[in-house]
Ligand binder design. Structure first.
Ligand SMILES: [Zn+2]
Length: 281
């Protein structure tokens, strides 16, 4: 099934192309990519309801914009840049590559790759486009509505929690949107012990080392974050963001900075993140 109502306007296609290039430039700057990495040719074929966002063949990268009829442009951009991180940095361009990688090294590593892609996409939005944590979590609500998972597959829930903790940790330490984040601490949780221990076990990846940790979380906190994951469409925007902030604050044992908290109260009137051109502050 294809449809022109799912097609991006020419203006939006150009804007997305600029975002991808800007993302690549930023990745070179933070040394995730070698300088002078050549640009890919971005193609937008006729959108299809088939289950894919990005397909790569040599230097040609295709993006399926089908989901744009159900989400904002910025939400789609977030999803596309996540895919670009898989392509540019992790060398996992297509679904088949991800499957092979999962077979080779187990599902945990794939989850960690997803958390890493979520983290650096969020840091690009923060540092280059000056998006606040409240705006970022508001976008996560939209992403949740599209990729809703009512069956609650445990690895997907763990990846969601891991991304929330990794992103919140960076913002809590450097709350100003344009502040450069030097830390890169990635959290990969395992939630299977929550019922017996009221604890989430985590694999922590820092700049210098790996570590194993345990996060104390009550059953009620866990149930609430699980609701945010499964039913983001029925939770209000402010309520959703507040739940994510409260969960992260408790799990990381860090206060929510005033600067971030203030943004929550403005939420009902928050419009989607402005379409910002490359490098604009
Ligand atoms: Zn991914």
């Amino acid at each position: 099934m294809t449809g022109s109502s799912h097609e991006l306007s020419l203006k939006k296609k150009r804007e997305l192309d600029r975002s991808i290039k800007s993302f690549k430039t930023w990745l070179c700057k933070i040394k995730k990519l070698p300088q002078g990495t050549s640009d890919s040719i971005v193609i937008f074929p006729r959108p299809t309801s088939a289950d894919w966002i990005m397909k790569v063949d040599g230097s040609e990268v295709r993006f399926n914009s089908y989901i744009t009829s159900r989400c904002s442009f910025d939400c789609f951009r977030l999803v596309v840049l996540h895919e670009c991180f898989h392509l540019f940095v992790q060398h996992l361009p297509n679904k088949e590559d991800a499957k092979m990688f999962r077979d080779d090294f187990g599902p945990g590593f794939m989850q960690l790759f997803d958390v890493e892609a979520d983290y650096y996409t969020a840091m690009f939005f923060k540092e280059v486009e000056h998006v606040s944590l409240v705006e970022m979590f508001d976008l996560y609500r939209e992403v949740g509505k599209i990729f809703a998972d009512p069956t609650i597959r445990q690895p997907k829930l763990a990846r969601f929690i891991g991304s929330i903790l990794s992103i919140a940790n960076a913002y809590f330490k450097n709350p100003r949107a344009k502040q450069t984040t030097k830390e890169n601490e990635l959290y990969l949780p395992n939630v299977s012990n929550i019922l017996t221990e009221e604890t989430i076990h985590v694999f922590l990846l820092t700049k210098n080392h790996f570590a194993y940790g345990k996060i104390k979380i009550g059953i009620h906190d866990f149930v609430r974050i699980r609701e945010c994951y499964t039913a983001s469409d029925v939770i209000g925007r402010r309520e959703y963001v507040e739940e994510l902030l409260a969960f992260a604050s408790k799990a990381l044992q860090m206060e929510i900075p005033q600067l971030i908290h203030r943004g929550v109260y403005a939420l009902p009137s928050v419009t989607p993140i402005r379409s910002r051109s490359v490098g604009q502050s």
